[in-house]
Design a protein around this ligand. Structure first.
Ligand code: BF8
Length: 672
């Protein structure tokens, strides 16, 4: 494979902590995803969706106009098949996570899960009442047992409709019914996606892509929503809490345990175990000041937004955290875990501990986690890490971290807008209708070492904030903004448009709302639904001046999320490269799928999926879309000069303070 130019650490990432560690990795002669990406050019035929490897007659590479595979498959059929397979894999990953959560809920309800309790009874009752599960006069465990049974049944259901669909706006459900795309059962749609793409099955690209919509809906309005619901019920619905992010959260004088992956069942129990007197004593006996937990990827988001446990970083920080030499154990469960971790850890004392029955990595220590022994296993894992402290060598922890306020669940957003007595989305809708807020953008998704880490996420976020667009974030995108200090209440409002700033100052919120992990993109679906139900912004999601962006995407889960958002009526823009771009300069027929998932899907669902590499074009397209939606609703044209003059002596006083003093005045603490 041809080599491309090696980038400098400054070209590989905008994060100063990551730059420091990449320089260190170079000094040590250790490779990372950043250097491996530089050393391996992606295959330009596979990357553009022009390779079919679905049977033993191929792989067939279609590179000329009119080329077909050995079986006669055309380029558009091949691209559609590749895309739906990725969407099915992403949906499977999210939904299997949701299934595990539902089984944990069942076990907790029946007293079979060690150490767990039902933390949010109000949410349990609310979710159960969506499905007419009786709640009055019943113990939480009884309700939870019935809800768990209902949710578990959704995976294997063969006919009918997945019940969660009933939580979407009525007009949206009508579109899905007319199109016949309501998922019958979560697993069924994933299996059917695989069946349809076996050699000799579905060969009409539009028909394949119709099933891609059905499969993605089984994720967004199915498995992922179950995961979010149950996580909140068991571990608490997030509310704002002060946290920290970046590698500087690792501590030299403590046993550092980094939890990485996705399912909160494990990480929440490790949080509980780390506070257990037995573990604190054990750590002290080993000559340390205790156990310091931190997270990577979506596990980080899960424990950050509920307990304020710091995030060591996003996807590309998993290797960098081990490079510090200060991590006794990296405990992983499922998804986004690089195989390179084990080889990398051999250069240090770090133990990579796999815990899921689904995920083993050669060379890692496997301590399998099951909910009936959850607390015992969590303690065993922590003791293994503590025992490893004595093997620690030289450390290099970058002195870089930032404060943030995560925890904006849809329940909290509803509450914060109106308080306990008038909780409602009315103020948000009013702010959009008046033009104080121009529109809403969800900026979500991964890091990708093929782009400069965090640059696209934060550049686009900052530019949209200047344009009075309220930003909500999840996943690794949220951690990117956190590391840059964009999730910091009033302290981050300096460069925000005047109307948005007024709203944020009035409510007391940051202009970027951290809404959780990747499965929690379903919270965004719920917010959009509640905005429709509140009135004034149309009768369906596609009418809301809103966009979704995944600037640094890399995972199949991101494609599943993007597709269910499109099916729900959202304009979704992905950065980086397009898996269906083809080579339209050489092969006009290779542009059909890209065209169909944009204008074709827009005609049917009001949402569209586009891949745009240039960040400024992403921003201009997003703003153009927001303004078109405003005009279609008959809302006033966006005029920022009308806002931000109301004045507030307190804000003026605060603004005059240097940043650290301002943070101290607002939060009572300053960055250290
Ligand atoms: O599910 S954003 S890199 S961590 S896939 Fe993975 Fe992408 Fe991060 Fe969470 Ni989501």
């Amino acid at each position: 494979m041809a080599r491309k130019k090696k980038r400098t650490p400054q070209e590989q990432t905008i994060d100063p902590a990551a730059q420091e560690m990449l320089i260190y990795a170079d000094e040590l002669g250790i490779s990372t995803a950043f250097t491996r990406a530089d050393n391996m050019m992606p295959c330009n035929i596979g990357a553009t969706g022009m390779c079919c490897k679905l049977c033993g007659m191929g792989p067939c590479r279609l590179t000329k106009e009119g080329h077909t595979g050995v079986c006669g498959a055309t380029i558009d059929t091949i691209q559609a098949r590749n895309l739906i397979r990725a969407i099915a894999a992403g949906s499977a990953a999210h939904s299997d996570h949701g299934r595990d959560m539902a089984f944990t809920l069942k076990a907790v309800a029946n007293g079979e899960a060690e150490g767990y309790v039902i933390r949010d009874i109000a949410k349990l009752r609310h979710v159960a009442s969506n499905y007419d599960i009786p709640i009055e006069g019943r113990a939480p465990e009884e309700i939870a047992d019935e809800l768990a049974d209902l949710y578990i049944s959704q995976f294997g259901q063969q006919r009918g409709e997945v019940v969660i669909i009933g939580r979407a706006p009525e007009n949206r459900q009508k579109i899905w019914k007319e199109q016949g795309v309501i998922p019958r059962g979560i697993d069924r749609e994933v299996v059917e996606a695989l069946h349809r793409t076996h050699i000799g099955d579905d060969q009409d690209p539009e028909h394949i892509l119709e099933h891609a919509i059905r499969t993605s809906l089984a994720d967004g309005w199915g498995g992922s929503m179950i995961a979010t619901d149950v996580s909140d019920i068991l571990f608490g619905t997030p509310a704002p809490i002060l946290g920290e992010a970046n590698l500087g959260v690792l501590k030299d004088n403590m046993v550092n345990v980094v939890v990485h992956g996705h399912e909160p069942t494990l990480s929440q129990m490790i949080v509980a175990a780390s506070q257990d007197p037995e573990i604190i004593e054990y750590a002290k006996a080993a000559g340390t000041e205790g156990v310091n937990l931190s997270g990577i990827c979506c596990t980080a988001n899960e424990i950050l937004m509920r307990q304020g446990i710091p995030a060591a970083g996003n996807f590309l920080h998993q290797e960098l955290s081990i490079l510090t030499g200060a991590v006794e154990a990296m405990v992983v469960d499922v998804q986004c875990i690089m195989q390179a971790l084990v080889g990398l850890a051999e250069n240090f004392h770090t133990q990579i501990i796999t815990t899921s029955p689904k995920v083993k990595i050669k060379g890692a220590t496997h301590i399998e986690f099951h909910e009936e022994r959850a607390l015992t296993t969590a303690k065993e894992i922590l003791k293994t890490a503590i025992d490893n402290y004595k093997n620690r060598g030289q450390t290099k922890i970058p002195n870089v971290k930032e404060k943030l306020i995560p925890g904006f669940s849809h329940e909290y957003i509803n509450y914060m807008l109106g308080g306990a007595y008038r909780a409602s989305f009315r103020p948000l809708n009013d702010a959009i209708m008046s033009g104080r807020i121009r529109g809403v953008a969800a900026i979500v998704g991964c890091n990708n070492p093929r782009s400069q880490q965090d640059y696209l996420h934060t550049y686009i976020t900052k530019k949209l904030l200047e344009q009075d667009v309220l930003v909500v974030e999840t996943g690794c995108g949220a951690i990117a903004s956190a590391k840059l200090g964009l999730l910091l209440g009033e302290a981050g409002l300096d460069k925000v448009g005047p109307g948005l700033r007024e709203v944020c100052e009035t409510i007391g919120i940051p202009p970027v709302l951290h809404m959780g992990s990747c499965v929690d993109n379903t919270r965004i679906l719920t917010v959009l639904t509640q905005m429709v139900e509140e009135g004034g912004l149309g009768d369906d999601i596609h009418q809301i001046p809103a966009v979704g962006l995944a600037p640094e995407w890399m995972s199949e889960k991101a494609l599943a999320i993007g597709t269910y958002c499109v099916a729900s009526g959202v304009y979704v823009i992905f950065g980086g490269s397009s898996p269906v771009s083809g080579m339209p300069d050489r092969m006009a027929d290779s542009a059909l799928v890209a065209e169909y998932i944009s204008t074709g899907w827009e005609e049917i669902y009001g949402g569209k999926l586009e891949f745009i590499a240039d960040p400024d074009e992403m921003i201009s397209k997003a703003l153009e879309h927001i303004d078109t939606k405003r005009a279609d609703l008959g809302l006033p044209e966006y005029k920022p000069e009308l806002f931000g003059r109301s004045g507030d002596t307190r804000m003026i006083e605060l603004e005059a303070l240097p940043l650290e003093a301002r943070r101290k005045a607002i939060y009572g603490v300053a960055a250290d």
